[in-house]
Unconditional design. Structure first.
Length: 171
């Protein structure tokens, strides 16, 4: 891993992504952020950093796996910080999805699924901003999630019956 390989992968993902409306503005803001922050994919960049998120769907795509995040207090997609062993942001998203779900055999689309920005006090202990790059992942048939220490709860939710506190991008 290098800060430069993560930075290059985030930049390439955002440049290839062709959103409309608000997402187009978010794309431009994230590219501007990366243009001014060579180490902006690493947690150490306190003003904000790129994070890797995974929207995990069941094999039939009728359910989505959400975690009740202990710090955020809402049901959200899986994901987290890029780490030393991650060559790309996509690698980080798949690693996070595997670690947080306890499931193997996950299949990931390599193109960007979406993006979000969240103010948060993360593991740095100071207010920062997570600039989430989201990837679409599909679990194999029969996959049973196992809650990790990073989650208060973890479960499948029907796409059309998400909890009121859910904050997940579905399209």
């Amino acid at each position: 891993m290098s800060a430069s390989s993560l930075h290059a992968s985030a930049t390439q993902l955002l440049e290839a992504w062709k959103p409309v409306g608000f997402d187009a503005s978010l794309r431009e803001a994230m590219l501007a952020f990366l243009g001014s922050a060579p180490r902006g994919c690493l947690r150490e960049h306190a003003p904000g950093h790129i994070t890797a998120s995974a929207v995990v769907f069941s094999h039939d795509e009728r359910e989505v796996l959400l975690t009740l995040h202990p710090r955020v207090g809402r049901w959200i997609q899986l994901g987290g910080h890029c780490e030393e062993g991650d060559e790309t942001v996509a690698d980080a998203a798949l690693r996070e999805a595997t670690e947080e779900s306890g499931m193997t055999g996950l299949r990931m689309d390599t193109e960007l699924y979406g993006a979000q920005a969240h103010p948060i006090t993360c593991s740095l202990g100071v207010p920062t901003r997570h600039l989430d790059l989201l990837f679409r992942i599909v679990a194999p048939p029969g996959a049973v999630p196992i809650r990790s220490h990073e989650s208060t709860d973890l479960r499948w939710w029907p796409i059309d019956a998400l909890p009121d506190s859910a904050d997940v991008l579905l399209r």
